[in-house]
Design a binder for this molecule. Structure first.
Ligand SMILES: [Zn+2]
Length: 297
């Protein structure tokens, strides 16, 4: 008999099979309690004191019968581990990417997996406190808890990370430069050049009146880089500036930074900088090399 199948043509296929199964007495009570009273139940072993959520009928440690030892758990807990789901397949509860965390409820000894929301993936970490958010519509499954939401107060806000930044992203900061600013800046810098402070002296210069220190409008780029683009946590490595026009008292200066290059090898970012006044005139231009913020541990 010929046992080679060189001519066989294989057709790949998938079957969808509807099915039912009994959740068990313990599992049923857990799901019904979630569905009808939004209560998360567990069981406590009276021998070893361990609390199991989701409940089980036998203690894994001392084999005691737990079917009569129900306890109600709080809807809050802590994330003890997590993974980020990035691939996509038809049976997922939500669209990837999403965070699947191991949730240890307060008062429980066993964690269980569930969806974590309310924190950017880049800032997800173990130890975050979470609270159950119940689904609006019941599905009679563990998804009657829609997800666990990260407690807002623990989030550490950072700016755009290297991976989040794209060429062309930009931000601005605008401020009116007053005489007060110039005097304060003279004190801070020690630069008491009469061009900035003495109107009679300044009248005899090519500008005909007092002008601000060049570094005063220049430093308006700091709130852009450090607070907006890339934002909180940014480290500046290099800032170059070419001054094009004077800043007069009362001028309103807009400092702008735009991402122009991502340096993959170092994960640094180069930004193009401009400073313009209220007439749209270019006061200065330059470039910055920065390390964008990295997620804090
Ligand atoms: Zn036990």
């Amino acid at each position: 008999m010929d046992t080679t199948y060189a001519d066989s043509f294989i057709v790949e296929g998938k079957l969808s099979l509807p099915y039912q199964y009994f959740a068990g007495r313990t599992g049923s009570k857990f799901i019904i309690s979630l569905r009808d009273s939004k209560k998360i139940l567990g069981v406590r072993c009276n021998t070893c004191n361990k609390v199991f959520v989701p409940p089980r009928s036998t203690c894994e440690r001392c084999f005691a019968d737990l079917t009569q030892s129900w306890v109600e758990l709080k809807d809050t807990g802590v994330v003890t581990g997590f993974t980020v789901i990035r691939y996509e397949e038809p049976h997922q509860p939500v669209k990837p990417p999403y965070i699947l965390g191991m949730i240890l409820l307060d008062g429980a000894d066993t964690p269980f997996p569930h969806i974590v929301k309310g924190v950017p993936i880049s800032q997800m970490k173990t130890g975050l406190r979470v609270k159950a958010v119940f689904a609006k519509k019941t599905t009679s499954t563990i998804r009657d808890i829609d997800h666990f939401l990260v407690d807002e107060s623990q989030k550490i806000e950072i700016g755009y990370t290297y991976d989040e930044l794209e060429i062309g992203m930009a931000a601005t900061f605008t401020k009116t430069i007053t005489e007060t600013d110039v005097y304060l800046f003279a004190g801070i810098s020690g630069d008491f050049n009469p061009m900035h402070l003495n109107e009679e002296f300044a009248k005899k210069t090519p500008f005909g009146t007092r002008i601000a220190h060049g570094a005063l409008p220049q430093c308006l780029i700091a709130p852009v880089l450090g607070m907006k683009m890339p934002g909180l946590g940014t480290v500046a490595l290099e800032i170059t500036t070419r001054f094009r026009a004077p800043t007069y008292f009362g001028d309103t200066i807009t400092a702008r930074a735009e991402v122009v290059e991502k340096i993959e090898a170092k994960r640094w970012v180069r930004m193009a900088l401009t400073w313009t006044n209220q007439h749209g005139k270019l006061v200065a231009e330059g470039a910055a090399l920065v390390i964008p913020p990295t997620p804090l541990s």
